[in-house]
Design a protein around this ligand. Structure first.
Ligand SMILES: [Zn+2]
Length: 219
C-alpha cells in the first residue's frame, strides 16, 4: 500500500482504493478535486462534527458521516489530511491535523466519534494520510516541541529547536485508538519540499491557499 499520484494529478491511497462503495481523493494545488463536498471552518481543535447534508455545518476539525452521497472534506497546506473509512459499518471521516490538532489528538477524537455515533471499531477502520509537511521540514522551537513529549517519550531533544514528524505522531495516535498498522496508508510527498504541485504554508506563507482531501460513501 502507498499514496500514489494519479494521471489527473491527484493523490490516492492504494489501500482505500481497494474498497468499492467509497470515493476518496487528495487534491493538490495543481489539481483540485471535483466540487460538491461538505467542509468546516477549521479551528485547530479536537472537535468532531457530523455531516448529514451537503454544506458547511459549522466549526471543527473533523467531519464524520454515514450518509451516502455526502462527501466530507478538509482543507490543508502542510497540516495532515487524514481520511478514515469503516467498511463494516459504512462510515467515513475527514480529519484536519495540524500540530495543534495532533497535540489535542484529533485523530483519536475522530475514531472515538465514529465509535460513539456509528458503532465503528478501531480494528475495522482503514486510514490514509495525504500530502503534508514531513519530519524533513517541520522544524519547531522548544515551546512547540515540548508539547510532543507525551507522543514521543523516547526523545530527549524536545526541549530545544528540533524537527517533529507529525505523520508518525498521528500514526501512533491511530494505533492507540485501535487501528491496525496494516490499515494505515502513508508515504505521500512532503508539501514543503515536494515541489510546486503542493501548497505549503511554511514555504509560501500565502493565506487562503488550501488543498482539499475528500471522502464519501457512494450515494
Ligand atoms: Zn520536506
Amino acid at each position: 500500500m502507498s499514496i500514489v499520484r494519479t494521471p489527473e494529478g491527484h493523490y490516492r491511497s492504494t489501500l482505500l482504493s481497494e474498497f468499492e462503495g467509497v470515493f476518496h481523493v487528495f487534491g493538490t494545488a495543481a489539481a483540485p478535486p471535483p466540487d460538491g463536498h461538505t467542509t468546516l471552518r477549521q479551528i485547530h481543535s479536537a472537535r468532531v462534527v457530523e455531516a448529514c447534508v451537503p454544506g458547511q455545518p459549522g466549526e471543527g476539525d473533523a467531519l464524520i458521516t454515514a450518509r451516502g452521497g455526502v462527501r466530507v472534506a478538509v482543507k490543508t497546506a502542510d497540516c495532515i489530511p487524514l481520511l478514515l473509512y469503516d467498511a463494516r459499518r459504512q462510515a467515513v471521516a475527514a480529519v484536519h491535523a495540524g500540530w495543534r490538532g495532533v497535540v489535542r489528538n484529533i485523530a483519536g477524537a475522530a475514531v472515538e466519534a465514529l465509535a460513539r455515533r456509528y458503532g465503528s471499531r478501531g480494528e475495522d477502520l482503514v486510514a490514509a494520510l495525504g500530502p503534508a509537511i514531513g519530519g524533513c521540514c517541520f522544524e519547531v522551537g522548544p515551546e512547540v516541541a515540548e508539547q510532543f513529549r507525551g507522543i514521543f517519550p523516547e526523545r530527549s531533544d524536545l526541549t530545544g529547536q528540533t524537527r517533529v514528524d507529525l505523520q508518525e505522531a498521528v500514526v501512533r495516535q491511530l494505533r492507540a485508538a485501535g487501528v491496525q498498522d496494516w490499515h494505515i496508508d502513508r508515504g505521500a510527498p512532503c508539501t514543503s519540499c515536494g515541489g510546486p504541485e503542493f501548497f505549503s504554508w511554511r514555504r509560501d506563507r500565502l493565506l487562503g491557499q488550501r488543498m482539499f482531501a475528500v471522502i464519501g460513501l457512494e450515494g
